[in-house]
Design a protein around this ligand. Structure first.
Ligand code: ADP
Length: 271
């Protein structure tokens, strides 16, 4: 099967210095991937290569079989791979929620009945149907971010790239956006989630670790945190809080090993 994304020896420089330095990475269709790495490691730059906002200086990025370097591929790639950014305020364009969600497909000339159906579906998926007629500025950060996700869904993408979508949100907003991301994944959409929150990375099927503009590790997040903790810390990452606790307990000779939920950990410790 053709992968969703295939990056081969990708190199990219904004000015002189290369910030992407030989990235090899494949994302299969339907995968939920977390991309992690210390600040400045190149995550956002990589994200922008996934829908042809940036193109490599050398090497290739092929999205759903289309090379991002070929000019005529750019629009077809963007119609299948959409991005959601950190700040929801920068992504909202209309003064009524449902008009905002309709904005993208309307510009593509989607007929009215189909447009209505897409907007209603998209708002339902992110659990925002009851806010359809509200003004975006009345909403919380998490609600606005879910409107932004609905706007992307109304374009019927096959992949959504999230660049730190929860970093400006309160805990409730974060939880609601993460739940919406799970729903996209359940519906078969490929999800790429750039995050600096390790407990968020645990939700993914696979975690890709970026260091100095390259992918240096890839695997199941729970397994990587449990088995490669020291290396991840050396790469400038934290461990998820519960994993930190279990490592600290292990140092004291107590096996609370690598539970990822509080319940699981209590069970292991008290058994
Ligand atoms: P991350 O998302 O992991 O924090 P970025 O992709 O934002 O990393 O940045 C990677 C490197 O590229 C950093 O050194 C950063 O300073 C540099 N960089 C990012 N955006 C630009 C830009 N628009 N112009 C010049 N340098 C940039």
């Amino acid at each position: 099967m053709e992968p969703a994304v295939k990056c081969t020896d990708v190199r990219f420089a904004y000015e002189e210095a290369e910030v992407i330095t030989g990235l090899d990475m494949t994302v299969e269709k339907g995968e939920y991937i977390a991309i992690v790495g210390r600040n400045g490691s190149g995550k956002s730059t990589i994200a922008r290569h996934m829908n042809a906002l940036l193109v490599p200086t050398k090497g290739s990025v092929v999205v759903f079989g289309m090379d991002t370097k070929t000019e005529s591929n750019v629009l077809p790639i963007r119609s299948r791979a959409s991005m959601v950014f950190q700040n929801p305020d920068n992504q909202i364009v209309a003064s009524v929620v449902e008009e905002d969600v309709a904005f993208g497909p309307e510009n593509l000339g989607v007929p009215t009945a189909e447009l209505r159906r897409r907007v209603d579906d998209a708002l339902a998926i992110v659990d925002m149907a009851e806010f359809a007629l509200r003004a975006p500025h009345e909403l919380s950060g998490g609600q606005k971010q879910r409107v932004a996700i609905a706007g992307v869904l109304a374009m019927q993408p096959d992949m959504v790239i999230f660049d730190e979508p929860t970093s400006m949100l309160d805990p409730e907003g974060r939880a609601s956006v993460l739940a919406a991301m799970d729903t996209l994944h359940e519906r078969g959409i490929t999800v790429l989630h750039i995050t600096h929150a390790m407990e968020e990375a645990l939700r993914a099927d696979r975690m890709i670790v970026i260091s100095d503009g390259k992918a240096v590790m890839s695997g199941n997040p729970e397994t990587l945190f449990a088995e490669k903790g020291e290396e991840l810390i050396a790469l400038g990452l934290d461990l998820p809080p519960l994993m930190q606790l279990s490592h600290a307990l292990k140092a004291l000779g107590i096996d609370g090993s690598a539970g990822i939920s509080v319940e699981e950990m209590v069970e292991k410790l008290c058994r």
